[in-house]
Ligand binder design. Structure first.
Ligand code: ACO
Length: 323
């Protein structure tokens, strides 16, 4: 039975760090307010020449190095992003070209903060279906470019960055002891559109638009949606919180992360948290967190790792991986 095994990981951040103190000079806010409500202490903001594709390329190169591979070994690139360099061509094709890769195929997926969970699930389906053998799965965002920098209720929350995994086809016995993606559970419900959206686009306003959010409404739904898909992943594999080595959540907000872990009975020592350092980087947050925790030796080969996210749409989902 074919499984999609993690062969490498990598990440990239913009050069410029913007602390909460720096934010105090931009909008009427305070370090205390931001930390208490979100857990965020700083975020990285893309400067001139730094784009979603350039950050994605850097993360992809780091993941290829980590895997001991080159772009010649890759046959598919999938990029999760809501902040592409251009409306088209896809950021994935841009990154393919930047990597000097002119074979295979590349495309983007757009599921906002759940984008990386959707992208891993899609890559896994292509690998198991025999359409690809080695896939670069990238989450890359420059949310700073769609923020309303006069709206303190949103601009303090987000940051820019990118992360990547190399997934590779491998034979397994078909048990939960096998390395690789074990199960995926995706959901969406467009009825929640107005709670988190961008107020522009090529087909409506002809502008890029700005992110708009009813923060309390998002918060109200987040924990329930996240815990539902994680429960589904546990049930599908006959596993539970005790079997889990790491929970790697989408890094939106410390209170959502802690609330979800508590509801599931997952101790906070098993939860990877980077929101304090990166802010909410949307589709980039999970691969960034994976690169941090696998890079510092916390996540080890054979560990059982749950990825989960919830975001605009709403979209939400969970993937269980034997690392
Ligand atoms: N600094 C200081 N004060 C602020 C700020 C700020 N940056 N932003 C809002 N306030 C004020 C409000 O104006 C309000 O003042 P008022 O009482 O005088 O009217 C007060 O703080 C409380 O505002 P609320 O919106 O009720 O604050 P809340 O406790 O709900 O926290 C937050 C806001 C952090 C956005 C919270 O609702 C939240 O975490 N929501 C989840 C949203 C989220 O994480 N979205 C990320 C994208 S979706 C995803 O990735 C899952």
């Amino acid at each position: 039975m074919i499984r999609s095994v993690v062969r490498g990981f990598g990440a990239a951040l913009p050069k410029r760090v913007v602390t909460n103190r720096d934010m105090e000079g931009i909008v009427e806010t305070s370090d205390e307010w931001i930390i208490q409500r979100t857990g965020i202490r700083q975020r990285y903001i893309a400067g001139e020449g730094e784009t979603t594709a350039s950050l994605g390329e850097q993360a992809a190169r780091a993941a290829l190095d980590n895997a001991g591979l080159t772009s010649a070994d890759i046959d598919m690139i999938i990029v999760a992003t809501s902040t592409p360099d251009n409306t088209f061509p896809a950021t994935a094709v841009n990154i393919q070209n930047r990597l000097g890769m002119h074979h295979g195929f590349a495309f983007d997926v757009q599921a906002v903060c759940t984008g990386f969970v959707y992208a891993v699930t899609t890559a896994d389906a292509y690998i198991r279906g025999g359409l690809a053998r080695r896939v670069l799965v990238i989450g890359a965002e420059t949310f700073s470019r769609i923020l309303d920098w006069e709206d303190r209720t949103t601009c303090v929350l987000f940051g820019d960055g990118a992360g990547a995994l190399v997934l590779e086809a491998a034979e397994g016995e078909g048990t939960i002891a096998d390395r690789g993606v074990l199960t995926s559970h995706l959901r969406s419900d467009g009825a929640h559109r107005d709670k988190l959206y961008v107020d522009g686009g090529p087909s409506t306003t002809g502008t890029v638009g700005h992110l708009r959010m009813e923060g309390r409404e998002v918060f109200k739904h987040a924990v329930g949606m996240i815990t539902d898909v994680i429960d589904a992943a546990f049930q599908a594999t006959g596993t539970g919180p005790d079997d889990l080595d790491w929970l790697v959540p989408h890094q939106a907000n410390r209170r959502i992360i802690d609330g979800s872990a508590k509801k599931l009975g997952i101790p906070l020592e098993k939860v990877v948290v980077t929101v304090d350092q990166h802010g909410n980087t949307s589709a980039a947050s999970i691969p960034l967190a994976l690169a941090v925790a696998a890079g510092d030796g916390r996540i080890k080969k054979g560990d059982l790792v749950m990825l989960e996210a919830m975001g605009g749409g709403f979209t939400w989902g969970a993937v269980l991986v034997r690392w």
